[in-house]
Design a protein around this ligand. Structure first.
Ligand SMILES: *Cc1c(COP(=O)(O)O)cnc(C)c1O
Length: 435
């Protein structure tokens, strides 16, 4: 495949085309096709944007009907029928059953827009500048969000000082034996710790880009308690692991916490269309009309598919149960795999259908496995501070058979890469097994 035009015309900033150097021209469900007609199983899902698969036929049908009826596609933030219907549906199927009284702020359509708005309003409400973010956190790459993003590569690109954020250690940062919440609590309680009183805390329940680090339910509950005690707002950035990725619609439901602000994006439209949303506890809504703006706050096509996605997948518990069952399958498979190549020092972590195969830091093993998997027909990415985690992120709707096929390819890639490097691994054929 001729990728020369991408090399010649596109900026060096391009990223994923380097990991997957083919030209894709078709996608259906969990399958991606390149121009040569080769099929790949998608274990990446647009970094969590395609929870319901590519070109989901139910969503597409609704969108096509909307377009053919001359439905409005762009309307700034004017009222449209599509937006009205989305709000009614989100209220009826998501917010009301959970007893959530949030107002909705529609921001520009990317995740970082939602984070910017969340940080702004938190600072306005509390009249303080500092916000706590966590090690390995990722919240986007525009100014305000970038300040809350930990990754050095992204931060270096800013070219200016990034401030008004204090980073604290995420759950497990020093290993399982150190309680990082106790550290944060001490920093907050001690008026001479040097920590300026924060307006808010921004946190991911599972760090998607930061290496599939999972915060325990207990840690999250402690964090909520600390927020209440120190008059800080709790912002949960659910952009990557919301919309069912961990089973419930919101990733924080299982912990029983009630964030003050929630950011949603990636899989919210359900179809891969850009759309972002901030949920604000009603009394935090101190915005002046129009004070946070944006031309594309009304992607009406996204409203249409988002409403349909809710109606298709969130009227009962079927999808959540499906995610749970598939989580067990992936988890067992990866654990068996890690176990069967014991000398390679592999581990597994994750929650729901975001699971990571953790390789030793610093030797690029995960990247080599991902490359081999791609050659063998699976699109899969790495994550983590040093790209040491192979991130398994299939569509929630992936057929079981395809999920197993993909896992078999991942397993084979691990085996081949380890064998090629002369690392001992036990025979891999027992790993996984048919569940
Ligand atoms: C992807 C992501 C963002 C940023 O979203 P963009 O659409 O890339 O701006 C923010 N937070 C989290 C947790 C994400 O995964």
């Amino acid at each position: 495949m001729d990728l020369k035009i991408f090399d010649r015309m596109e900026s060096e900033v391009r990223g994923y085309v380097r990991s997957f150097p083919v030209i894709f021209n078709k996608a259906r469900g969990s399958e991606l096709y390149d121009e040569d007609g080769r099929c790949y199983i998608d274990f990446f899902s647009g970094a969590g944007t395609l929870n319901y698969g590519h070109n989901n036929p139910v969503l597409r049908e609704r969108m096509m009907a909307y377009l053919e009826s001359d439905g409005v596609t762009h309307a700034l933030d004017m009222a449209t029928s599509a937006k009205k219907y989305f709000m009614q549906t989100l209220g009826r199927l998501v917010l009301e059953p959970r007893g959530m009284d949030y107002v909705l702020q529609f921001t520009g359509p990317t995740g970082t827009n939602a984070v910017e708005a969340a940080l702004k309003i938190a600072r306005q409400v509390k009249g303080r500048q500092n916000v706590i973010s966590f090690t390995h956190g990722f919240h986007g790459v525009s100014g305000g969000s970038l300040a809350a993003t930990a990754n050095r590569k992204f931060r270096k690109a800013a070219g200016v000082a990034l401030g008004n954020i204090s980073f604290m250690p995420y759950d497990g940062y020093f290993g399982p034996d150190v309680n990082t919440m106790a550290y944060l609590e001490r920093m907050l309680d001690d008026p001479s710790s040097g920590l300026d009183q924060p307006a808010a805390v921004i946190v991911e329940t599972v760090q998607g880009e930061g290496g599939v680090n999972v915060a325990s339910q207990r840690w999250l509950r402690e964090l909520e308690r600390l927020c209440r005690r120190h008059d800080m707002l709790l912002i949960v950035d659910d952009i990557q692991v919301g919309c069912g990725r961990t089973g419930g619609f919101f990733s924080f439901e299982a912990a029983g916490i009630s964030p003050d602000i929630v950011t949603l994006s990636k899989s919210l439209s359900g179809f891969g269309l850009p759309m972002s949303l901030v949920l604000l506890r009603r009394e935090l809504d101190v915005w002046e009309p129009g004070a946070h703006s944006g031309t594309f706050r009304g992607n009406n096509l996204a409203f249409v598919t988002a409403a349909q996605a809710l109606e298709t997948y969130w009227t009962d518990a079927a999808l959540s149960e499906e995610v749970e069952a598939k989580e067990r399958l992936v988890r067992d498979w990866l654990e068996n795999l890690a176990h069967s190549c014991r000398d390679a020092g592999l581990g597994v972590r994750g929650r729901g259908l975001i699971q990571g195969l953790v390789t030793p830091v610093g030797d690029g093993l995960a990247g080599r496995i991902a490359r081999r998997a791609f050659e063998l027909g699976v699109v899969i990415e790495t994550s983590g501070a040093q790209d040491e985690v192979l991130k398994v992120l299939p569509a929630l709707t992936i057929p079981r058979e395809q999920l197993q096929q993909g896992l078999e390819i991942v397993e084979r890639s691990v085996g081949e890469v380890l064998a090629g490097e002369g690392r001992r691994s036990r025979p891999l054929k027992v790993a996984g097994g048919g569940r």
